[in-house]
Design a protein around this ligand. Structure first.
Ligand code: SF4
Length: 368
């Protein structure tokens, strides 16, 4: 078992240049043709990853992504509408125990204004994201979703508001929400317990994901790369979970420590390992919608471009009002907290063109 946080790990300093071993080559070819490996295969590929393995995986992943989505990149307009949270996840700057965090809630009118601005800029998917904030009743959220769909019937609405009851999810789906993001964080129960306080439950998280699937949402899972306690073995379990669950979306980004959390002194995840996993996930499930996350752009100025070139096909520019962006800090040094929505859209559009891809005006539904 290889601890990804160990100083001796290649993941801490980026991948080393060396020749790919034959077993890695065999595993990559199997993954590309069968879209699956056994647990040992995933673990071996991660534990023996180097620049050559990453490059080979990226070539396959980009070819597969090209087949399914061409060079289109979908933009999701992110509206971070509440920074209140009742939970205390050890890795997150919005945790209830962080007294430094400036809390805010947007009004329903402000949320609609963000979406209207986004629509003008060409966004056709809105992601409404918040901490787990009990202030937002089902009625309040359903009303926001309904208004959004009435005003912009050609748009998809994605919710990312955490764990709720099955009844709540059902009401939100009936109100018109199309998609739901709920990162599983880790598919290993012991690792889950290392990242969350005892009153949060791995079983409950998995149950919520099953409910969302049953109710007809397009479901997004995901995890941080390089989180404390993560190993090549726990990552293999994550990949096996993705293989089984076949999520419509999978958000992975590097762990970045936040100074006011129990993990403040933990090392960040790396660009290299994140990109390697993006490539593997593309190969496991070719139609998956895979964002090149803001966290990836935070640890490296070219991070989002590198993510796309590893097989990602989604970016999530921020549509939140400028005066609240710096308050929604899941981790330190988050980028794009000073720009307006139009600047973010323009910047990302130019970045994609710079690598031969284009941001499209499209809901960006998952391919069949
Ligand atoms: S990760 Fe989500 S649920 Fe956990 S503390 Fe942060 S905002 Fe709250």
């Amino acid at each position: 078992m290889h601890s990804l946080a160990q100083a001796a790990s290649p993941y801490g300093r980026g991948f080393l240049e060396k020749r790919m071993d034959e077993h890695s080559r065999t595993l990559i070819n199997r993954l590309a043709s069968e879209h699956a490996l056994d647990l040992d295969g995933y673990e071996y590929l991660i534990a023996h990853a180097d620049a050559a393995v990453a490059a080979e995986l990226a070539v396959h992943a980009v070819a597969v992504r090209q087949e399914v989505y061409g060079t289109d990149v979908f933009a999701r307009g992110l509206i971070e509408f509440s920074s209140y949270c009742k939970n205390d996840c050890y890795y997150c700057g919005l945790r209830a125990g962080n007294r430094e965090c400036e809390r805010y809630r947007l009004t329903p009118e402000q949320i609609q204004e963000c979406a209207d601005t986004g629509y003008e800029l060409g966004f056709r998917t809105f992601v409404l994201q918040s901490g787990e904030d009990p202030y937002w009743s089902d009625d309040a959220l359903c009303s926001i979703v309904r208004t959004l769909k009435d005003r912009h019937p050609d748009c998809a609405v994605t919710l990312s508001v955490g764990e709720r009851s099955r009844e709540s999810y059902a009401a939100l789906h009936d109100a018109g929400a199309d998609r739901y993001l709920l990162r599983h964080e880790t598919a290993d129960p012991d690792h889950y317990a290392r990242l969350h306080p005892p009153r949060m439950s791995f079983e409950r998280r998995m149950q919520c994901l099953e409910w969302l699937r049953e109710l007809g949402f397009a479901v997004g899972v995901g995890f941080m790369v390089g989180s404390p306690g993560q190993t090549s073995a726990t990552l293999a379990v994550d990949l096996k979970f993705v293989e089984r669950f076949k999520p419509e979306m999978c958000g992975i980004g590097p762990f970045i420590p936040h100074h006011a959390t129990p993990f403040a002194a933990e090392p960040a995840g790396t660009l290299e390992l994140t990109c390697l996993l993006l490539s593997i996930i593309r190969l496991i499930h070719p139609p998956v919608l895979l964002p090149a996350t803001t966290a990836l752009g935070t640890i490296d100025p070219q991070g989002r471009e590198r993510g796309i070139l590893a097989g990602a096909n989604v970016v999530m520019p921020n549509l939140s009002p400028g005066d609240v962006r710096a308050k929604y800090l899941l981790y330190d040094n988050k980028i794009c907290t000073g720009e307006e929505a139009a600047e973010c859209r323009g910047c990302l559009g130019a970045r994609m063109l710079g690598i031969g891809y284009q941001l499209v005006v499209d809901r960006g539904d998952p391919a069949e």
